[in-house]
Design a binder for this molecule. Structure first.
Ligand code: ADP
Ligand code: MG
Length: 614
């Protein structure tokens, strides 16, 4: 028998490694920008053609490289930034793996010019697919410039996988924004196909944000500043009225590095609770300084997720500082600050579960009568609008009715700040008992008709809300499986699973990826045996969905769990179980619609029934 194992040649190893670091043109832009910053540049120019498919050029006036370094920088694990293991725990630079340039050079045509300040002549180097074509002295400006052409020329699968120019440029622009917002003291410019899209002189943080977002942003910013032993926090949130329907203006930085965190995002969103419409996203630009030994940037190859040793403490600082700032600027004069601005609280909050939303139920309200009015303040308007809409459209025929709900929903979206999300607190007549029709609908008798509830969607809503409200502080109860469930995976799916392992764990899933097989050994207890396999499929699908990249993994996952939970056999065999389901449903803020935005309930009012007997 002969020996079979061989070391991969460097160029192949680099090409494989490149897949991790360089996913698209935007990754090149990010890596080059970070290198320029690490090199102490005060001016960085970016020039893109055809969304990076034709050219990515980054020019800096940083410290440059010696002749030897100029060649060495393209070697894998070649870095000037880490000398000893301890350095890894106190990183002050963006890069440290020494992988980026080796990766880029493995999959593109690269030209680099570089010159040290003291040196008279610099170097010019050309590399194509890890092969050095030119390496000579050259009269070049001080600093370093990179030109990247023919990206992925030798990885056709990657090249074909690239999205439209618009999408790819969108990614470049995102990366550019993340970098420039973290470094207002550096001058940047960005050109695309000859057009100057950004020209950003060195300035203050506030001015930089305004330069990036446009002048309109200037009077929208509310400053945040807070300093504790563990974290120094500064930055801005956008006033609540500028919250948007999509994420986008949400930026978190730690030690001048952009990162994503659904956990911290939750804290900030919570601070805005009650001030912005539901399903809208507050804008923020928040910068934390944390002792580098207390964070781990090493968890993700592209480094947008970061582990914090003191994340619970930081969570509560974020929540209280943002609340306080919103209050100080008289944006939230009615909020009660007594409790959460005290910095004594954070430590005790470590074990404290998230506070459940309080829903007031008005027993006087009759949803079936258009003349009834609620006595509780604030909700009256909703119902007036609602019954008004119903009257106008002639509530009666099935179709008109459907439209009415849609119209009502639009009213709600537009006026969400004045209008509370609850549209009715059904006065169901409990003595008569509600019952289940054909395993699908609950029919609840009311004073002037029936409330018809789609049972599975109701469950979906209940499970979704219960999990969303609590999983951050209380990981979802998980059940160990005696026999792990195995799933074959694509490499991509395996990566997705591993990347999201911590969120998945919080949600009750744990599993191991090995050799393109996923073995799931724990699942949320809410799921039932028969639906497990399907749920895992759905989770995998969710993880591969592109929106997930934008930090919505948790929401998507919870939605999937809720959907799976609703597929279970209905346990609604007696009056009590049905009543309890109705009660729990009405505890949910959004009880009229399921998490996937499908209608949960309908009224079958007397007028309609009367009509049938005409
Ligand atoms: P890392 O940034 O992780 O060290 P890179 O592959 O991105 O790895 O870069 C390798 C090395 O090349 C860096 O450590 C640095 O010494 C050098 N280098 C890269 N870009 C520049 C630049 N623009 N100016 C000066 N030196 C650079
Ligand atoms: Mg680097």
């Amino acid at each position: 028998m002969s020996d079979l194992i061989q070391l991969l040649p460097d160029n192949i190893a680099n090409q494989i490694a490149a897949g991790e670091v360089i996913q698209r043109p935007a990754s090149v832009v990010k890596e080059l920008l970070e290198n320029s910053i690490d090199a102490g540049a005060s001016r960085i120019e970016v020039n893109i053609k055809d969304s990076g498919k034709t050219l990515i050029q980054v020019v800096d006036n940083g410290k440059g490289m010696s002749a030897a370094d100029a060649l060495l920088c393209f070697e894998r694990h070649a870095t000037s930034k880490v000398r000893k293991a301890e350095d890894l725990f106190a990183l002050a630079t963006k890069g440290f793996r020494g992988e980026a340039l080796a990766s880029i050079a493995a999959i593109a045509h690269v030209q680099m010019n570089t010159r040290l300040e003291e040196g008279e002549l610099g170097r010019t180097i050309e590399i194509e697919g890890s092969v050095v074509k030119t390496n000579e002295e050259a009269a070049v400006p001080q600093g370093t410039s990179f030109e990247i052409k023919n990206l992925f020329f030798n990885v056709p699968a990657r090249r074909n996988f690239l999205k439209s120019d618009k999408v790819e440029f969108g990614h470049i622009s995102d990366e550019f924004q993340r970098v420039v917002l973290a470094h207002p003291g550096i001058q940047f410019s960005l050109h695309h196909n000859g057009n100057e899209l950004y020209h950003l002189p060195a300035t203050t943080l506030r001015k930089r944000i305004v330069d990036v977002l446009g002048k309109k942003a200037s009077d929208r910013l509310v400053p945040i500043e807070e300093s504790t032993d563990i974290v120094a926090l500064k930055g801005f949130v956008l006033k609540p009225e500028f919250a948007r329907k999509t994420r986008g203006e949400q930026f978190l930085f730690v030690n001048d590095r952009f990162f994503k965190s659904s956990y911290f995002n939750h804290a900030i969103s919570k601070a805005f609770e009650g001030l912005i419409p539901e399903r809208s996203f507050p804008g923020y630009f928040l910068y934390m300084d944390v002792d580098p030994s207390k964070i781990d940037v090493n968890v993700h190859p592209t480094k947008t997720e970061i582990k914090f040793e003191e994340e619970k403490f930081i969570y509560s600082i974020l929540l209280s500082s943002v609340r306080q700032a919103l209050g100080k600027y008289n944006i939230a004069p009615t909020l009660d600050f007594e409790q959460e601005t005290s910095f004594e609280i954070p430590h005790s909050m470590r074990s404290q579960p998230a506070v459940e939303p309080q829903i007031s139920v008005n027993p006087e309200y009759n949803p079936f009568s258009s003349t009834s009015r609620t006595s509780s303040s604030g909700t009256g308007k909703t119902k007036e609008n609602f019954s008004h809409a119903i009257k106008q459209q002639g509530f009666g025929s099935q179709e008109a009715k459907h439209e009415d709900w849609e119209n009502f929903y639009e009213i709600k979206e537009e006026k969400a700040q004045e209008v509370t999300p609850v549209f009715e607190e059904a006065e169901i007549l409990p003595n008569f008992g509600s019952f289940l029709v054909k395993d699908s609908y609950i029919l609840a008798p009311g004073k002037s008709g029936f409330l018809v509830i789609h049972a599975r969607r109701a469950i979906e809503r209940i499970v979704y809300n219960e999990i969303i409200n609590s999983f951050i502080s209380n990981p979802i109860e998980s059940q160990q499986l005696l026999f792990p469930i195995e799933k074959e995976l694509s490499k991509q799916e395996g990566i997705h699973w591993t990347e999201n392992a911590s969120v998945l764990k919080q949600l009750g899933f744990s599993g191991e990826v090995n050799d393109e097989v996923l073995a799931v050994n724990a699942v949320p207890s809410v799921l039932e045996e028969e639906t497990l396999s399907k749920s895992i499929d759905r989770i995998l699908e969710t993880l591969g969905h592109k929106d997930v990249e934008k930090g919505e993994v948790a929401h998507e996952l919870v939605r999937s769990i809720a959907r799976s939970a609703a597929m279970k056999r209905l346990e609604l065999s007696n009056k009590e179980q049905i009543q309890s389901l109705i009660d729990r449903l009405f505890q949910c803020e959004d009880h009229a619609y399921s998490p996937s935005n499908k209608k949960v309930m309908e009224t079958l009012d007397l007028a309609l029934i009367d009509k049938k007997f005409e």
